[in-house]
Design a protein around this ligand. Structure first.
Ligand code: GDP
Length: 653
């Protein structure tokens, strides 16, 4: 049975754990901690309850606001939009002004979740971005092979732009007529009669930023490393980003025309970053090239096609149109321009499309060379003219029936985007909530590590791996590790990978922390390795399946019976020891004999339904499947209590 942990469900719902625990008590789950795992069905029950609560609260607030507005027309009605209740507000981020999320937001989360759950086959709503990754592997009959989408990554000045330019020039020279009239942000090449698509914005920041929005565009990463310069900080970062995306890497050792080129040294350096080349028994393919002279580019293209073949990429040409925005801008003459990778189906001039806050009728389509086309098929990039505004990179574009419909979708999207912005809610979290509820909690603790020098970085990695061994149920996954201060790029990577950033003897500047707070990424800076290990261990322990033990929690004496036809028999009792707890297992004893053993369905104090009543108070006990109470019965209550796990000793350094 899939489970989800209380604290993570709370986080995803935008609640404090205590608030969720209180809500869980209302659905009969008692005596648990924030680290406890609850079953998916329970999670859904509590989510429904919260939705119900949120709805009531909102309706009440609206009624109140309407009343107030009627009484004093000048009063701002927004003031009452987030009423108080046990649905508490979330605190977001870790510093400075902390935006909060209230009931309206929660209600929206829940609604989206429910939509996503009830209609798995249908298109997901915009607020729940799908992993817009290309289909791969076994394909349906209607599918056809798709050209690979390649992104070029690497350190600055290592030749990314030159490589793209040379490839493009070759392609254009080989083509029959005309050059490139207008760059659209992606280029297409034909090699051996097969197409390859290159994304024009090289660099891992754009690559990962798009991934953080839920759109994985790249199929293959080409890592450019200058043969004279060797592996540099951004090379290492790029490796981390490609690895985190699970994208195959082809290393292009560039500038081999230079006299001081030393490809062997580059390969040795790459070994330190777990890039083991084929000649040394590994899997990674290294191609030596000169982007300037064109040497080795044929081999590079061969290699890309080879890797693409192994990836078995496909698209469905007959499916409804959808695509991913890879770039957008505004042109003074043409208005909004959006370059889109067609992911399925095809897009045609005259069709109505919608992408996030943008919509419109396709007025003109251009291929990668800027030439007008009537239609663009799946697997290829196209520039779309006719949208109301430039959509954001990573946004999904779809065909919609009518302009009216498209406009409503876009407007709705914009309103919600504004709310999200105000409240600082990352969409990624929603996606994760969805996954969490559906697949159960993944027990992988993802980390992005930064340290001052390679020695400490290695020590840290080794210790973390050791820790991972003594905690076999949790997988500590180092998404990336590098030397240097914590950068925005680290934060973006952490968002995309659901990771925590750990810095050792490094800094994280204020603007980086602000980005982290906005994206709700945890950044932790340490000066003592031991403390890192201790904290990670605590976090990992919190992810382990809790151990429960049944413990005696209290005793009560039945004083008087109340028969209520609709409900059954309520045993008016006094708690003499400890407490009574709703949902607890109870044994009703008459003398030495146990006359009932079952679950305490309902617990009342005076007239209220309550989760617990402590000694020496009086209470009403009700069980749904038994009415045989007698005065003077004693009731013993037992609850599942989570037992604390013993920490495992961790060797530091
Ligand atoms: P980017 O920052 O990675 O995009 O690097 P650029 O493509 O702008 O290249 C940086 C510099 O390296 C430019 O001066 C290029 O002309 C030069 N360069 C790029 N590739 C080669 C190459 O294969 N050989 C030589 N000699 N120079 C190169």
């Amino acid at each position: 049975m899939a489970t989800v942990r209380v604290f993570s469900l709370a986080k995803k719902l935008g609640l404090r754990s205590e608030a969720l625990i209180a809500a869980l008590e209302h659905v009969g789950v008692t005596g648990i901690t924030a680290a406890a795992a609850i079953e998916e069905a329970t999670a859904q029950a509590v989510v429904e309850l919260l939705a119900e609560q949120a709805k009531h609260a909102r309706e009440e607030a609206e009624a109140k606001a309407a009343e107030e507005a009627a009484a004093a027309p000048a009063a701002a009605p927004e003031a009452a939009a987030e009423p108080e209740g046990w649905v508490e507000e979330r605190r977001v981020g870790r510093r400075g002004s902390e935006p909060v999320v209230g009931i309206a937001e929660l209600e929206r989360h829940v609604r989206e979740l429910q939509q996503a759950e009830t209609k798995p086959g249908q298109e997901t709503t915009y607020a729940l971005p799908q992993e817009a990754r290309r289909q791969r592997g076994e394909r349906p009959e209607t599918a056809i092979a798709a050209p690979p989408i390649v992104t070029i990554l690497g350190h600055v000045d290592h030749g990314k732009t030159t490589l793209l330019d040379t490839l493009r020039d070759t392609a254009v020279a080989a083509g029959e007529h005309g050059g490139i009239t207008q760059h659209i942000g992606a280029s297409e090449l034909e090699h051996d009669g097969k197409r390859i698509v290159f994304i024009d914005t090289p660099g891992h920041k754009a690559f990962t930023a798009m991934r953080a929005r839920g759109a994985q565009v790249t199929d293959i990463a080409v890592l450019v490393v200058a043969a004279n310069d060797g592996v540099m900080p951004q090379t290492i970062e790029a490796i981390g980003h490609a690895r985190a995306a699970g994208v195959p890497i082809i290393v292009a050792v560039n500038k081999i025309d230079l006299p001081d080129a030393d490809p062997t040294r580059v390969k040795q350096q790459l070994l330190e970053h777990q890039i083991v080349t084929e000649e040394w028994g590994g899997q990674e393919i290294v191609v030596e090239i000169s982007a300037l002279t064109g040497d080795g580019l044929d081999t590079l293209l061969d290699t890309i096609l080879l890797v693409a073949e192994m990836e078995q990429l496909w698209v469905e040409p007959e499916a409804p149109f959808s695509g991913v925005v890879i770039e957008a801008s505004v042109d003074s003459a043409q208005g909004a321009l959006a370059t889109v990778l067609v992911r399925s189906g095809s897009v045609k001039v005259g069709e109505v499309v919608w992408a996030g806050g943008a919509y419109g009728r396709v007025r003109r389509l251009r291929d990668w060379r800027g030439r007008s086309v009537k239609e663009m098929e799946a697997g290829r990039p196209v520039s779309i003219v006719g949208l109301s505004e430039p959509p954001e990179a990573g946004e999904i574009v779809r065909a919609v029936g009518t302009p009216k419909e498209a406009r409503a979708l876009a407007e709705d999207y914009r309103v919600q985007a504004r709310q999200r912005e105000l409240r600082g809610v990352a969409e990624v979290q929603l996606q994760e909530l969805y996954r969490g509820l559906n697949l159960g909690e993944t027990k992988s603790l993802n980390l992005v590590l930064k340290a001052d020098v390679s020695g400490t970085l290695q020590a840290l990695e080794t210790s973390l791996m050791e820790l991972s061994k003594v905690l076999p149920e949790v997988e500590v996954d180092i998404v990336a590790s590098a030397i240097g201060d914590v950068t925005e790029s680290d934060v973006v990577l952490a968002v995309a990978s659901g990771a925590i950033v750990i810095g050792y003897n490094v800094l994280a500047e204020d603007h980086v922390l602000r980005v982290a707070a906005d994206d709700r990424v945890e950044v932790r800076i340490y000066n003592v390795i031991y403390q890192i290990l201790e904290d990670i261990e605590k976090a990992a322990m919190g992810m382990l399946e809790p151990i429960y033990e049944e413990q005696f929690i209290g005793r009560a004496m039945v004083l008087q019976l109340f028969r209520i036809s609709r409900l059954g028999v309520i045993a008016g009792s006094r708690v003499t020891d400890g407490k009574m707890q709703r949902g607890a297992r109870i044994e009703v004893k008459r003398g030495d004999e146990v006359v009932y053993d079952g679950k305490l369905t309902s617990l009342r104090h005076i007239k209220d339904d309550v989760p617990t009543v402590e000694a020496p108070n009086e209470c009403g006990l009700l069980v749904s499947d038994w009415r045989g109470w007698q005065e003077s019965d004693t009731v013993e209550a037992y609850a599942q209590v989570e037992v604390e796990r013993k920490p495992v000793a961790v060797a530091a350094e």
